[in-house]
Design a protein around this ligand. Sequence first.
Ligand code: TRP
Length: 429
Amino acid sequence: MTTTRVLTGITTSGTPHLGNYVGAVRPTVRASRLANTENFYFLADYHALIKTSGDPARVQRSTLEIAATWLACGLDPEKVTFYRQSDIPEIPELTWLLTCVCGKGLLNRAHAYKASVDKNTAAGDEPDHGVTAGLFMYPVLMAADILMFNAHQVPVGRDQIQHIEMARDIASSFNHLYGEHFTLPEAAIEDNVATLPGLDGRKMSKSYDNTIPLFVPRDQLKKLIMGILTDSRAPGEPKDTEGSALFQLYQAFASAEETVRFAQAYADGIAWGEAKQLLFERLDQEIAPMRAVYDELIQDPARIEKALQRGADKARAIATPFTARLRHAVGLRPLQAVDGDKTAKAHKAAAPSFKQYREKDGQFYFKLLDAQGKLLLQSSAFASPRDAGVCIKTLQTAPSTLPSEAVLAEGVSDGELREALQHFAQDLG
Ligand code: TRP
């Protein structure tokens, strides 16, 4: 069974709110318990400097709060690799290697950068007014986060899809120049998690200042919930669940049956005050046990620090040797080191090879060529590069069974194919 590497980062620039919990923390903690996945979660504090520069206390406080939140919500640091980006010095190092293969034009097209330029232009300012090089380079740093651990899947919000595509582009450029070092990552978009409304009914977001912090004390949680915007219908009047922020919040925490009962209460004309009381109790029922752990953790930053250091050790056990390999690949080597390039190239030329590619139809394919470049096998379409990769692995490890997705090229004998595949079986052994 192959394992899927899942990686995601959380920018440490704020205090976690209910929207973060329902949209990111809760689904991620659940997913981290699935079998056959290897999970990497990190606190993106280098990224936080881009948004929060000039406020060091805020970066530190947010890092503490977010780490405590993930742990309090059940993330098991023994089972996953949970670390702080800035504890991995290999990440900025990789950022530079990637910077040098990344077209500037690619970065010019990043949505976040373009939005700043458009805003400046509309205001009659210089296009790059107030834009730091950090903002411009954001996608490269993010690519380094992902590529360092050869993640297959990156769970992110829709606004981050372009960044994952850029990471793929940058990885392809590097692979093309220096050999197949990086896995091409894919965005994993969770479609059935709710987007929570905030106090004013708009999407709960820091930028609207309408959030309910996840771990405020119980009495403050109650006060905030009592302040959620409702319409002016009197007690006894039936209420609409459609478009009711109160109802959506309830639904995000309650079971299906509880939600049906709550909808019935709306139809029966429950008073808003009473509905808010029910929402408060339901939220607090889920949050209270985690809040107790959170409060304890926040009082003991050294304990969190220790967990993060253990996470950094685990992450660096991968990052350090991988970076050494990448340094060598680009030519940053001890002077007495033997140039492996020529021998590697000669070896490559004399060996059969798998080539993976994407067609105009958007699907993924591979073919197998013999040492002279003759086509031996052609695959059918795969939905993802990962699926194609799995099929290649099967061929390499179990060369005697031809998967249905791979077809022998015309005029190629079974013997020829077996001989070519034998080469990979030996390599793996
Ligand atoms: N840019 C992401 C966000 O704002 C955070 C992030 C940084 C990230 N590095 C990452 C997410 C790597 C996934 C993978 O949400």
